[in-house]
Design a protein around this ligand. Structure first.
Ligand code: ADP
Length: 161
């Protein structure tokens, strides 16, 4: 049976931290679907379509990675795709409590789908989409933090604001 993992998140926008988890996941699983979940409470900067396009370009070197979007419940999405695993990244201890809560709920909803965590690469442990947006807003250089296409997209967004 082919092993499929869903890598869910807001990806507003994708950073090198996300990409590190996706790349490492793609070596372990037969297929990885990066799924953009539209969390309106986070007031996203990029539309779902823009976020998907940035992920597609950033992962085009990974032949077993697909990009998708959903506005439903993650566990329903994972069931629908017949995924065995939900893959999440862990940065600092601050991620832990939130992830525990979500994982416990998902396990209650469907105990056959495992949530697996990958520790971030040390160099990305303080990297988040929010911090990238904060810095990019003031026109600082973010090319160490995100793929070039994302840095360009951020520049364009903030130019028009
Ligand atoms: P969410 O809104 O679901 O937290 P994010 O887009 O912020 O979505 O993150 C998606 C996933 O990527 C989460 O599992 C998150 O912990 C992980 N992630 C985000 N940034 C990093 C990073 N710098 N290193 C490792 N994992 C990360």
């Amino acid at each position: 049976m082919a092993r499929l993992a869903i890598c869910p998140g807001s990806f507003d926008p994708i950073t090198f931290g996300h990409l590190d988890i996706i790349e490492r996941g793609s070596k372990i699983f037969d297929e990885v679907i990066v799924a953009v979940f539209n969390n309106q409470s986070k007031s996203p900067l990029f539309t779902v379509e823009e976020r998907m396009e940035l992920i597609k370009v950033s992962t085009k070197h990974l032949s077993n990675v697909k990009v998708d979007a959903s506005d439903g419940l993650l566990i329903d999405y994972a069931e629908e795709k017949n995924a065995q695993v939900i893959l999440r990244g862990l940065r600092a201890v601050s991620d832990f409590e939130y992830e525990m809560q979500i994982t416990s709920m998902n396990r209650k909803l469907d105990s056959t789908i495992e949530t697996l965590f990958m520790m971030t690469n040390n160099q990305y442990s303080f990297l988040s989409s929010s911090i990238v947006k904060e810095v990019a807003k003031y026109k600082a250089d973010v090319t160490d933090l995100v793929p070039v296409i994302v840095a360009e997209a951020l520049k364009n967004k903030y130019r028009n604001r």
